[in-house]
Design a protein around this ligand. Structure first.
Ligand code: IPE
Ligand code: IPE
Ligand code: MG
Length: 227
């Protein structure tokens, strides 16, 4: 891979339900296919030289979905945290989760914490999974944290108090699944991100589709307001 490589890539992994519907399968089958793709794609993203990969897996607003769907999603997250923490550790990838832990069932939270702990020394890259995450909620929480600590609200303190604290801003934000909106993802962190929308449903978003997004990113002229 040549050209400019983004340091921080974020992906809104949308379209699992429609992928399943198109195949007359239950929505849970779409989420299973989405998880399989997420595992392959995140490996590929780090292999391309990206240092930070942040994936939107479940929004705070998604928690209003039917219990049956949420149960299926949480079971998949449990499977992921228990089976993939070790391979991530071996690859030098640190796993982090973003979002409100109170929105996540206790058993999932426990596995999440164990996976974070197991991979915490990874230095090759940081994989962040946003689960029960909302950008607005995270901003409000960060403000509360600064107020509670009595810290001045500076850009630096504020960025550090966000759940993405310590990470660089997002360079490339990809959304799969046809919709063209942020759906409350990384509102502050993506202020100058290059936006890339793919019509593919997430389970169909191949490594080659990601390479096309990277190629497009390399062609973009990022001015950050300057001339
Ligand atoms: C994205 O796929 C995954 C989650 C939001 C959990 P969707 O479940 O939103 O799939 P569509 O948009 O209904 O196809
Ligand atoms: C955004 O997808 C959240 C995730 C992909 C996890 P949604 O399917 O929830 O977004 P909307 O409802 O179409 O905006
Ligand atoms: Mg959706």
């Amino acid at each position: 891979m040549s050209g400019k490589i983004p340091r921080h890539v974020a992906v809104i992994m949308d379209g699992n339900g429609r992928w399943a519907k198109k195949r007359l399968l239950p929505r849970a089958a779409g989420h299973r296919a989405g998880l399989t793709r997420m595992i392959g794609l995140s490996d590929h993203i780090f292999a391309c030289g990206v240092e930070y990969c942040t994936l939107f897996a479940l929004s705070a607003e998604n928690l209003a979905r039917p219990k049956e769907e949420l149960d299926a999603l949480f079971a998949l997250f449990c499977e992921y945290f228990s089976e993939y923490a070790e391979p991530l550790k071996e690859k030098g990838i640190r796993l982090k989760t973003l979002g409100d832990p109170a929105l996540v069932p206790e058993n999932v939270r426990k596995l999440m914490r164990e996976a974070e702990e197991k991979t915490r020394l990874g230095e090759r890259g940081t994989l962040s999974l946003a689960i029960g995450y909302g950008g607005r909620q995270d901003i409000v929480r960060a403000c509360g944290l600064l107020a509670q600590k009595g810290e001045p609200v500076t850009a630096e303190n504020f960025a550090a108090a966000l759940s993405t604290g310590g990470m660089p801003a997002v360079d490339l934000l990809i959304r799969t699944g046809k919709e063209k909106r942020l759906s409350n993802f990384l509102l502050y962190e993506a202020a100058y991100a290059e936006l890339y929308f793919s019509d593919l449903y997430f389970p169909d978003f191949s490594d080659e589709a990601f390479d096309s997004a990277l190629a497009e990113f390399a062609r973009r002229d990022r001015r950050f307001g300057k001339l």
